[in-house]
Write a protein that binds this ligand. Sequence first.
Ligand code: NOJ
Length: 765
Amino acid sequence: MRRPNPLFFLAVVFLANTVSAQQKKTVPAADQKINTFINSLMSKMTVDEKIGQLNLPAVGFDVTGPVLSEGVDEKIEKGLVGGVFNTFTPQAVEKLQKLVMTKSRLKIPLLFGYDVIHGHKTIFPIPLGLSTSWDLDLIEKSARIAAREASADGLNWTFSPMVDIARDPRWGRIAEGSGEDPYLGSLIGVAMVKGYQTSSLSNKDAILACIKHFALYGAAEAGRDYNTTDMSLIKMYNEYLPPYKAAVDAGAASVMASFNDINGTPATANRWLLTDLLRSNWGFKGFVVSDYTGINELVPHGLGDLKTVSAKALAAGTDMDMVGEGFLTTLKQSLQDKKITMQMIDLACRRMLEAKYKLGLFADPYKYVNEERAKTEILSQQNRFDAKNIAEASMVLLKNDNQVLPLQKKAKIALIGPLADDKRNMIGNWSAAGDWKKAIGVMEGLKNAAPDLDITYAKGANLVDDAAILKQLNANGADIAADEKSADKLISEAVSAANKSDIAVVVLGESALMGGEATSRTNLDLLPNQKALLKAVNATGKPVVLVLMNSRPLTLEWEDANVTAILETWFGGTEAGNAIADILVGNYNPAGKLTSTFPRSVGQIPIYYNHKNTGRPYDGISNEKYKSRYIDSSNDPLYPFGYGLSYTSFQYSAPQLNKTAVKAGQPIQVSVDVQNTGKYDGQEVVQLYIQDIYGSITRPVKELKGFQKIFLKKGESKHVTFTIDEQMLKFFNADLKFAAEPGDFNLFIGSNSRDVKAASFSFGR
Ligand code: NOJ
């Protein structure tokens, strides 16, 4: 195989620079206006004030990292702060903005950033759950509502979307992204950027998006957070970089450098990544912020002392320093020592000022301070209504034997489990400004959706019993109190509730704080005490519906083999309970599809659908020894990418092609008839995958290239057509050239990445 040629990058960078140098000759009028304004402002700024613009302390309500900023007010007055994060509400924002506008010399308005990740006050499902809706309009809507609420609450910048591709559910932050697929992940990233930023940042409810974590954070070795990433360029370009690039193309105003090491240079100090690729090659025009103390962490990464690493980070293309103050305390000295240039500081400062200008902050520093808007926009009826719809769309039916779901609305049910009557966990991790007390739990939801249900409740188990895990979670605010009753007593109450009922609905999973940052796990089973409860309830012989809440794929082989039905609900947000209840009683027919593979065991990780074939692929049946397989497990996942059931059933015809050869500029069309053959109206996500059979480099066994979410009344059929063009067949080859290669291709259409019907076509012949 040919190796990627590093000189190729230099050529790309050189070309890109040449092009951008040519483009600079004709500066559009709007940019000229910005430039004139910023030139004039910068001509008045001291070096300290310029460096001050690059400083982002954390101050206010939340702690989202290991240290907190100090003396912020004083620094604001001295012009040593460019923005703050973790401060919101119109009052709190106004106070700090006033400080800068009345006390600082140049009155440069502050940015106000925050982790508005899956909603601001009205909380939507965790991002992994949003992605399982496969509904780009709903996802954009969730970001739109989040931005409306956040902007009404004083904020003008969110640290979202996270577009890190993740194939390792041990990594707790898989919860914050859109799963394993670069194509779907790209579309979702774009939808979120649009939702946050709107058509113009000057709109009153637009906020800056921030693409994170650039880059490859989701590939942290062993699923351990903050860990190293070492990856070939081909893999990066084809499998991990596309969502970042798509979000850049969508106009995201900022990018956050990731914590991880990339092939020997941590992202925050990686000039190839932040300047050559991001700016020169992709044309990114916004600013780059480090992650929380990401610059300081270059010291333990082993790149030098704080002064050295701060200079390296700036030179690499990091414009803003989150919390660490390495820039604030060392850049001036580095300038004097000629370790960095004035041009570097100017460039970073200019980027910060440009973002503020585009938001309209120079015209009105109090643009985001409006108590009236805060009162009407935040947690409005409409927002909650939309949150319920979005939560419903995110949930995935994994199993439904004997059509045990939906429940009869007058059924006699035992509602069991530590998450069955819980509010605390419903809004999930990274629901920063969310108030769990405003959330609806499952019990409450069921009473709303079907008041005639006959419910006997039993907690059955503590959410977490394991002392070591409990200690860690509670140290970080999980508030999990051990029940006064013993584990045996809790289980026996649950068993007797089940015995008295026709059906048991058991609500289990993780604590919300077992997902998100710094929550890597090596064991993805249900916690032992919860599993013991489930086994005991199952032993009653009653049908068992397992409702899961969790931040990541779990290993559920036993559950899949033993319980009657499984509904994956992630953490559904403020309206979680209503959404779950609507699904359980059949007011809504589930249609979510997995975006990350569910492994059978941790030993299979990393496991993802778009893998390579190997030279000795295993057919899953034979007993031949020398095959790429395990001797103690199937290669197959428990639930594949794209998988999810409905209360109805869908039948697919064989794909029909209008031609069997794609030519440059001449796409072909492939269609299938999908029929709703079951008893309910329902939605289906029709998925198109393509395999490039032979290539100049090895290619995945299949890749998602299109999907359509359709609604079919019972009995109804729809003709679904996809267009396949050359663009879809392109990939980065060994020279990192993005091109389609002539040859034969397989295409697959179906309801998930495993259950598909195949056809083939050729390109360029
Ligand atoms: C660290 C996290 O990695 C990042 O995602 C987040 O935006 C910042 N902390 C700010 O809270």
